[in-house]
Design a protein. Structure first.
Length: 330
């Protein structure tokens, strides 16, 4: 005989709350004031007991679908997991489902995918990119509340949640200064938005430490190991080469490792290296393991869901700080 299906009453008894409170939380009622701790307890009980509310009845009762859309090019990138994980966790805590659509370089295809989400009555849209870039969304995006993650709207129509690139550059450089280094090279990206912020942070850290900024120790290129290798080789042909490198990505640092060893130098004894991104598949497996600045992808994904569930009209965007991940290269 099949086991009895878990009811809303079972959830109410489990957490010691009324059925109406359980209903208000599950149906996402915003006109009823309910403490965040209470909501958390309800959703934990829902998960623990395996309660499955009838989605159709729930949306009819509340005139809501509790669906959010996530349109992104990150699904197959090293960064995709963080934003998706953060957004899904925050959505689940609010009884919402995240519909994820992978975008393409074809603008017409992007518009068609967005239209498909709108037909499913999403209540809000998160638009996220792997790189910190400027974007232009299809006109139909204006039909629902929108929050951008790791990108910025070229027309300024939608709020963005972005990493604090300047603080990240400052943190990486400060770590090298604190290690006793004064000749610090920067191998930056050629992507304008993140490159400007990271360089600004690098220069601020040097100025605060009364270290002269040497333009010959600042180079830039693509965000890959090949560019890191070639640019680091240039650095170590310098008559007064650096004793430390701040690399704009972990993959750039991976290439720089090869150039440093090719020059007969050791990491970190002769040259300290700090990367950026915290791509675990790179940073954790380099030898020595790479000290790096982690981009706050999970935090940004969660913040986007929180913004869509808050006063979206008043939300002007936010800047989220990453953190230094200490390993063995600096």
């Amino acid at each position: 005989m099949p086991s009895r299906q878990v009811s809303m009453g079972d959830v109410a008894r489990h957490v010691g709350l009324s059925r109406s409170t359980i209903s208000f939380v599950i149906n996402g009622r915003t006109d009823i004031r309910i403490a965040e701790e209470t909501k958390r307890r309800v959703w934990e009980a829902v998960a623990e007991l395996g309660y499955r509310p009838h989605a159709g009845a729930r949306s009819l009762a509340s005139n809501r679908t509790n669906l959010l859309g996530l349109v992104t090019d990150i699904a197959s990138s090293p960064f995709g997991g963080g934003i998706i994980t953060g957004a899904q966790r925050a959505a689940w805590e609010r009884g919402q489902v995240l519909l994820i659509v992978s975008i393409d370089v074809d603008a017409s295809a992007d518009a068609a995918m967005l239209e498909m989400l709108l037909e499913r009555r999403i209540e809000g849209l998160i638009y996220a990119t792997a790189g910190h870039v400027a974007v232009s969304l299809p006109a139909s995006a204006a039909e629902v509340p929108v929050v951008l993650v790791h990108c910025e709207d070229v027309d300024g129509r939608y709020p963005s949640i972005i990493p604090d690139e300047e603080h990240g550059g400052y943190t990486a450089t400060r770590r090298l200064i604190d290690g006793g280094h004064r000749r610090i090279g920067l191998i930056n990206l050629d992507a304008p938005i993140p490159a400007a912020g990271r360089r600004s942070g690098y220069e601020r850290a040097l100025r605060e430490a009364d270290i002269d900024i040497d333009p010959t120790l600042i180079v830039s290129g693509s965000a890959d190991a090949g560019a890191g290798y070639e640019l680091a080789r240039q650095m170590f042909r310098h008559p007064d080469p650096p004793s430390a490198l701040f690399c704009g990505t972990d993959r750039v640092a991976m290439g720089a490792f090869d150039a440093i060893r090719e020059a007969g130098l050791r990491i970190p004894e002769d040259v300290a290296v700090v990367g950026y991104d915290d791509q675990e598949i790179v940073a954790s497996y380099l030898r020595p393991a790479l000290t790096t600045v982690a981009l706050p992808f999970e935090e940004m994904g969660a913040a986007a869901v929180e913004a869509l569930n808050g006063d979206i009209e008043a939300f002007k965007g936010s800047v989220v700080r990453g953190s230094l991940v200490e390993r063995a290269s600096a």
